[in-house]
Write a protein that binds this ligand. Structure first.
Ligand code: PLP
Length: 351
């Protein structure tokens, strides 16, 4: 607390990111990072870009990266916005589209950054309960609103919604912006980017942090109607002209170009997810059906917080949310084969 702070700062309850411990040899399954490194072609591109040209400012429009994303998703560059991680893109989205009289709607259990942005930008919001099976029922969102946002797959529940259901929501909700946060869509879901030409109020956000293994580079983007993108550009150019540095732009382009590596590593995560799910079930866990690079699991006879502490003592860290309705669940990132085996071996000794 300081008397020098602006009034709004006193009231903020900032987001708390998952721990990034300094201890070596931990099996880190707590922040949904990709166990496989970035494509070797990405690393090589970064090396080549690490030169005297770093004295120059990067392209404020990151045109090359927008073009690479547009090519990959078969849209035009004026339908693409890029930012310093999708968290920054989301912050601009809240600022640009959700400050209305009617409340923003999002699920009661979802990405915990959303209420933080609402507080920062003083946006009124209403949470919509998930079903008892932790599903989003799109009919529950058909009410007066100043915007709708949810992740698909949802976090931390991992549950995936079909494209048909998202389209059903868009058919009924045409007067406010609908944002689908697709941070995990590449792990088996179908992107709603294919719907942007049909619905001018639809915006999709994605990140290179998870499926493209570049969390450390901070690259996120949004795809939608050029008018929505223009609104985001106005916010961005009133905030920071250069959110992506030259190395990030280069890395992002190379990541979209190496489709083979991307597909291979996503497939490995998906097959490991199946294995981890089956093994956890055989240990007595209930595991929600996952469309992400993590699973959300609960055990009928073991307290989740105690399991998380027990795992940590053995060098395995997972995420536990001390929050109503989900405090008996663990969110476990899918690791590489060794990490997954270690998780299950330690879990077996704790039960
Ligand atoms: C990880 C995550 C993000 C943020 O991704 P960055 O691009 O690393 O900022 C956004 N939304 C959800 C649901 C996430 O899980």
């Amino acid at each position: 607390m300081s008397r020098f702070w602006s009034p709004v700062v006193h009231k903020l309850e900032p987001y708390v990111p998952g721990e990034q411990p300094k201890i070596a040899n931990l099996t880190k399954l707590n922040t949904n990072e990709n166990p496989y490194g970035p494509s070797p072609k990405v690393l090589e591109a970064i090396r080549l870009a690490t030169s005297n040209t770093l004295r120059l400012y990067p392209d404020p429009n990151a045109a090359e990266l927008k073009q690479a994303i547009a090519d990959y998703h078969q849209v035009t560059p004026n339908q693409v916005f890029v930012g310093n991680g999708s968290d920054e893109v989301l912050a601009h989205v809240f600022h640009a589209f959700f400050q209305h009289d009617a409340p923003l709607l999002f699920p009661d259990i979802t990405y915990s950054f959303y209420p933080v942005y609402c507080q920062l930008y003083q946006i009124d919001y209403q949470t919509i309960p998930l079903t008892d099976e932790f599903e989003i029922n799109v009919n529950d969102y058909c009410r007066d609103n100043g915007g709708i946002i949810f992740p698909n797959p949802n976090a931390p529940t991992s549950r995936l919604l079909d494209l048909e259901e998202i389209e059903a929501l868009l058919q009924k909700n045409t007067d406010s912006v609908v944002v689908i946060d697709e941070a995990y869509i590449d792990f088996g879901g179908q992107t709603a980017i294919v719907l942007v030409d049909k619905y001018p109020n639809l915006l999709i956000t994605q990140t290179l942090s998870k499926s493209r293994s570049l969390a450390g580079m901070r690259i996120g983007f949004a795809v939608g109607h050029p008018d929505l993108i223009a609104g985001l550009e106005r916010i961005k150019d009133s905030f920071n002209s250069y959110p992506l540095d030259s190395l990030a732009i280069t890395a992002g382009v190379a990541a979209f170009e190496d489709k083979a590596y991307f597909e291979k590593t996503c497939q490995k995560v998906i097959s490991s997810r199946k294995w981890v799910t089956a093994e956890l079930k055989s240990l007595g866990f209930t595991v929600l059906p996952s469309g992400a690079n993590f699973v959300f699991a609960t055990h009928p006879d073991n307290d989740a917080a105690k399991l998380a502490t027990g795992l940590r003592k053995e060098g395995v860290i997972v995420r536990h949310f001390n929050k109503d309705k989900i405090d008996q669940y663990l969110r476990i990132t899918i690791g590489n084969t060794e990490e997954n085996q270690q998780l299950l071996a330690v879990m077996d000794t704790l039960l």
